[in-house]
Design a protein around this ligand. Structure first.
Ligand SMILES: Cc1cc2nc3c(=O)[nH]c(=O)nc-3n(C[C@H](O)[C@H](O)[C@H](O)COP(=O)(O)OP(=O)(O)OC[C@H]3O[C@@H](n4cnc5c(N)ncnc54)[C@H](O)[C@@H]3O)c2cc1C
Ligand SMILES: NC(=O)C1=CC=CN([C@@H]2O[C@H](COP(=O)(O)OP(=O)(O)OC[C@H]3O[C@@H](n4cnc5c(N)ncnc54)[C@H](OP(=O)(O)O)[C@@H]3O)[C@@H](O)[C@H]2O)C1
Length: 330
């Protein structure tokens, strides 16, 4: 087996899942991420109101391989089951909507899972990769500051489709597939209240107008934020229509929509924050697993290759790793 590392661009759950599987097979990897830390859309933001899950709110595990990984994360203290009191807006009325679905969250915040998976894996943060070149045998990466990294035996592009297509030019078939995947935006807002809201709701599927979903942070295990913080996600349509709105406007609008829905008085929030996810979710899910030109040694993975959720992203990273290992074993 080669001692030259495999480059993985993106330290979200798909890139880290690929990294873990490759390292378990004895293959050296090096991760690159444009952010200051791991997690991507599964990261939590450090704020004056504590760490807040402004991206993925929770995840489910329907695939047995992913369910086994989640059990391992639970045993390591990185994740716990979340049993929210769920509500739903139906025909204009809010009502309880409990179900038997098991849901999980990172503990004490969503970031714990990717921090745990990252462990001691070599990584370069704050590094936006802008180009990938193939020489006669190996790959070289270049970042936005013009710095080069390499050589690498293989490259795994584990970033949202819209961004991935720019890095996949060496493999036009892969670039073409990524270019055809539209990614929808999501505005996310958190509000923090000094006095806990007097409601029995922990999470609510709204899917109406501006609001898609909201949930109460302190109902998740391991949270000890000083304020009663609530995170709300706008619908894709509303987010698209308000893509360039100011954060203040978005907070005001989602705050208003939340206040209208609630079954209790809403005091003025002591804290508020908005985050715009430009590439939040694929418009249509695909069932590709991962994309690859195995002979060239270039792979793409992420939620857009499989289901548009945390589980799909993890499985997609695993699939990219499996195809690399299978090819090297030949
Ligand atoms: C608001 C919101 C709510 C969600 N809710 C849920 C939910 O409740 N349940 C669920 O299962 N899923 C949910 N999701 C989806 C889930 O978060 C994603 O499916 C999953 O986290 C995607 O992981 P990924 O590794 O494919 O991509 P990402 O998490 O996007 O990781 C990609 C990484 O690549 C980095 N990157 C990008 N471009 C470059 C570059 N050029 N160079 C270097 N680094 C780069 C980014 O910084 C990022 O860290 C939600 C997403 C959002 C935005
Ligand atoms: N906002 C974003 O950008 C998002 C990107 C990607 C995913 N997002 C949301 O993640 C949730 C995760 O989906 P999944 O893992 O399949 O979880 P489920 O809880 O099973 O929800 C799926 C889907 O089913 C409906 N639903 C589930 N349980 C209930 C319930 N008790 N009452 C009412 N409705 C329920 C609900 O929507 P439908 O339109 O399918 O009815 C859920 O969305 C998921 O919430 C994504 O939206 C956000």
């Amino acid at each position: 087996m080669s001692s030259v590392s495999i480059a993985i661009i993106g330290a979200g759950i798909s890139g880290l899942s690929a990294a873990q599987a490759l390292q378990e097979a004895g293959l050296p990897v090096h991760l690159f991420d444009k952010s200051r830390g791991s997690g991507g859309r599964m990261a939590s933001k450090r704020t004056e109101a504590g760490r807040l899950d402004l991206g993925a709110a929770y995840f489910t595990a329907r695939d047995r391989r992913f369910a086994a990984a989640v059990r391992d994360w639970q045993a390591r203290g990185w994740a716990s089951e979340w049993r929210p009191s769920l509500y739903e807006l139906r025909q204009g009325q809010l009502g309880p909507s409990q179900d038997e679905q098991e849901r999980y969250v990172g503990t004490p915040s969503m970031s714990a899972i990717t921090r745990g998976l990252l462990g001691e894996t070599p990584v370069t943060f704050g590094c936006r990769i802008t180009e990938i070149f193939r020489g006669t045998r190996h790959w070289t990466l270049q970042d936005a500051d013009g710095q080069s990294y390499g050589p690498f035996s293989q490259v795994v592009v584990a970033i949202p489709a819209t961004q991935a297509c720019n890095l996949l030019t060496a493999a036009p078939v892969l670039a073409g597939k990524a270019a055809n995947v539209a990614m929808e935006p999501t505005w996310s807002v958190a509000l923090g209240f000094s006095t806990p809201l007097e409601t029995g709701m922990d999470g609510c599927f709204v899917r109406n107008g501006a609001l898609d979903w909201f949930s109460r942070d302190r109902s998740k295990p391991g949270r000890d934020n000083p304020l009663d913080t609530w995170v709300m996600h706008a619908t894709s349509q509303w987010s698209r229509e308000h893509l360039d709105a100011s954060k203040e406007t978005v907070i005001e609008h989602l705050h208003g929509a939340f206040a209208e829905l609630l079954d209790c008085p809403l005091p003025e929030p002591a804290f508020s924050i908005a985050h715009r996810w430009l590439y939040a979710r694929p418009a249509q899910p695909h069932q590709w697993g991962s994309l690859a030109d195995v002979d060239m040694g270039i792979h793409a993975c992420g939620d857009w290759c499989l289901s548009g959720r945390v589980e799909g992203a993890w499985l997609s990273g695993r699939e990219a790793a499996r195809r690399i290992i299978e090819h090297l074993d030949k």
